[in-house]
Write a protein that binds this ligand. Structure first.
Ligand code: APR
Length: 258
């Protein structure tokens, strides 16, 4: 009889829990894309917030006071995303969803679109999408509030502007102090309440309401597993830990039985 070491034991338990469950919720953060070469936010040296201040780049005030600086930061992140690929972690989740339709709800804080590029469907993107833009304000000249700006003029290194009212286009992501997309958040809360297993992958658990979903799942009786090479703020709600990289562990958890 083979004796498993604690990591192998935890992996076997997490895999068993996932494969026994008919309702699974997976909450991901920047760590799931780290092995694709996308920097996280709070990792000591490599995290974006180690070199930049969130209040200077990821708030509406920052965009209103320095639109070109914020626009160019997002433009740089967008162009870097064109040179990265989904990794084995993204692919394992997408494959499981295709093999078992309706069993896994994928909730992400990531704006990078790598889950969707890996083939995941119905991804609940709580913090928006870096690939999309939207108008900063309603069009000042529109007769009806729903009449958005239409004609854009774009100077190099500047956010595109409405040629009529000067309104700015902004990245369609959720900045600090902003509300999350209501429909996605409602669906995520519903999934957290109903899931039998929640796997929390690659998030520091520092940002709410997203991190609150793990607490909701735990309180509703779900088994909560945290996959993260480092301790996180959600360790307190976990039944078990998988201390390793997402691209290595997710295929081992969600892969098919040999
Ligand atoms: N596999 C799994 N986890 C990893 C890996 C990896 N290869 N590499 C790093 N991690 C973990 C880190 O240990 C860390 O706990 O991923 C986590 C990343 O945490 P953050 O950088 O804080 O990112 P995230 O939790 O997604 O941030 C939440 O904050 O800045 C805002 O809107 C932004 O959506 C973001 C939110």
């Amino acid at each position: 009889m083979t004796t498993l070491n604690p990591d192998e034991e935890a992996l076997a338990q997490a895999r068993q829990a996932v494969h026994a469950a008919s309702r699974i919720a997976v909450l991901t953060g920047a760590g799931v894309s780290a092995e694709s070469g996308v920097p996280t936010f709070r990792d000591a040296q490599s995290g974006l917030w180690a070199s930049f201040k969130p209040e200077d780049l990821a708030t509406e005030d920052a965009f209103r006071s320095h639109p070109e600086r914020v626009w160019n930061w997002y433009a740089e992140r967008r162009s870097r995303l064109q040179h990265v690929q989904p990794n084995a972690g993204h692919v394992a989740l997408a494959d499981f969803q295709q093999r078992h339709p309706g069993r896994l709800t994928l909730i992400t804080q990531n704006v990078d679109g790598l889950h969707q590029r890996a083939g995941s469907t119905d991804v609940l993107a709580l913090h928006g999408s870096i690939a999309d833009d939207r108008w900063l304000d309603p069009c000042a000249l529109a007769r009806r509030p729903q009449d958005a700006c239409s004609v854009t003029v774009a100077q190099p290194g500047q956010p595109p502007q409405c040629a009529e009212c000067g309104n700015l286009l902004r990245p369609d992501v959720v900045w600090f102090g902003e509300m999350l997309p209501a429909e996605a958040l409602r669906a995520a809360e519903y999934a957290a309440l109903r899931c039998q297993v929640m796997l929390v992958v690659g998030t520091s658990g520092a940002v709410y309401p997203a991190a609150g979903l793990a607490h909701t799942a735990r309180q509703a009786g779900a088994q909560v597993w945290v996959l993260n090479p480092h301790p996180s703020e959600l360790d307190e709600v976990a039944h078990g830990f998988l201390r390793g990289p997402a691209a290595e562990y997710l295929p081992l958890i969600f892969g098919e039985d040999d």
